[in-house]
Design a protein around this ligand. Structure first.
Ligand code: SF4
Length: 363
């Protein structure tokens, strides 16, 4: 199958069908930047060439199965299925400032198995292809057209560990940044990882202006392994070395994601070890509230007052800190809740909204 995102295939087809380069340029402009349907975009070609081109080029890799809009905030969850029938989720985040972000999935399921994450409890099913990753952005933009919005930020924080699907994620990043395609500013794209040192370096070297977030969650090896089982492969000192290299390459500070869990990683010792671990690094620390999942009822989020204390302690130590909150908890679309669910959690499960007004962006 020749996907629209495949530059080389597109050029071969264009040349064989003897289509003017300017016509294909206009078609792509319509499709990527004006968020028009394939049919409307094909209208940019001379009539005699539309049908043949349309038969040879595939525009969509996913089928939208359902859309769930939050009643609490500006989140919408899109549930897609792949051609092989696998389900995956993408979350639109309408930020109060008027900007719109998209949280994309890079895998169906995830082999990292973080304890606090519903996706991790599924294990790994498959890596998404470049075209499946990009189609989440295409179809989300199509949904948003009616609202006069379009995606400004793309964050790889959905289902899966992006750096365990490195080749496809790199290809997707190429297309997201390409002036002929999505033309997103690298400053508006963020790859989030649990910390796979070699892959972090490769990503930073190839995309030095794309943001990177490290899900640290603890600066104590034992605690970190409890939360992120894969962490046993990458000890904190090795990770710290990778962070230094990444910080030296990248223009933006490295984002440190820290999920606050009551009694697990929010003690005096935790904050002191975190300060010692990050000292000297150019980082921005994001403190994230826990969104409960059925699979880990024993994990409880840190109370608001303790979160403020944790943030103040880090700030006093000289770090830039943001206390985040998640959108979409009522539709199981908040951080850690993505698990191909069409049902929504009960009101009891929903922890969303308690921090509304503190911070409304994920990055
Ligand atoms: S938090 Fe991310 S890396 Fe961890 S299991 Fe969930 S999807 Fe995978």
């Amino acid at each position: 199958m020749n996907y629209i995102h495949d530059e080389a295939a597109l050029e071969r087809i264009r040349s064989r069908l003897r289509i003017e380069p300017g016509h294909v340029r206009r078609l792509r402009n319509c499709f990527y930047k004006k968020h028009q349907s394939p049919e409307a975009s094909l209208g940019q070609l001379p009539e005699s060439q539309r049908a043949t081109f349309g038969r040879e080029v595939t525009f969509h890799a996913l089928k939208l199965r359902s859309r769930h809009d939050s009643r609490l905030d500006g989140a919408s969850k899109l549930l897609f299925h792949t051609t092989s029938g696998q389900l995956l989720e993408t979350v639109i985040l309408r930020i109060a400032s008027g900007r719109t972000s998209l949280c994309v999935s890079s895998q169906v399921g995830c082999a990292v198995r973080c304890r606090f994450c519903a996706t991790g409890q599924m294990g790994i099913a498959l890596n998404l292809t470049r075209d499946e990753i990009l189609d989440q952005v295409i179809q989300a933009n199509r949904q948003l057209r009616a609202e006069g919005r379009s995606i400004r930020n793309v964050v790889f924080m959905g289902m899966g560990e992006p750096l365990l699907n490195e080749a496809e994620v790199h290809q997707a990043l190429d297309v997201l940044l390409s002036p002929q395609c999505f033309d997103l500013s690298p400053a508006h794209v963020l790859v989030s990882t649990v910390g796979i040192p070699d892959a972090m370096l490769r990503c930073a070297e190839r995309f030095p202006n794309v943001g990177m977030a490290l899900s640290l969650h603890s600066a104590r090896q034992e605690q970190r392994e409890l939360l992120i089982p894969l962490a046993h492969r990458y000890p904190l000192d090795v990770l710290r070395e990778a962070m230094e290299h990444v910080a030296a390459i990248q223009r933006h500070p490295l984002m440190i994601e820290y999920l606050l869990l009551d009694g697990l990683n929010d003690t005096d010792q935790d904050v002191n070890e975190l300060i010692a671990y990050l000292r000297g690094l150019r980082v921005h620390i994001n403190l994230i509230p826990h969104n409960s999942i059925r699979e880990a009822p024993d994990l409880i989020g840190t109370a608001a007052e303790r979160r403020r204390w944790f943030a103040a302690t880090l700030t006093a130590a000289g770090f830039t800190v943001t206390v985040r909150y998640s959108l979409g908890a009522d539709i199981a679309a908040a951080c850690g809740q993505l698990a191909r669910l069409e049902t929504v959690p009960s009101a009891e499960d929903s922890k969303c909204g308690e921090d509304v007004g503190q911070q409304v962006e994920r990055f």
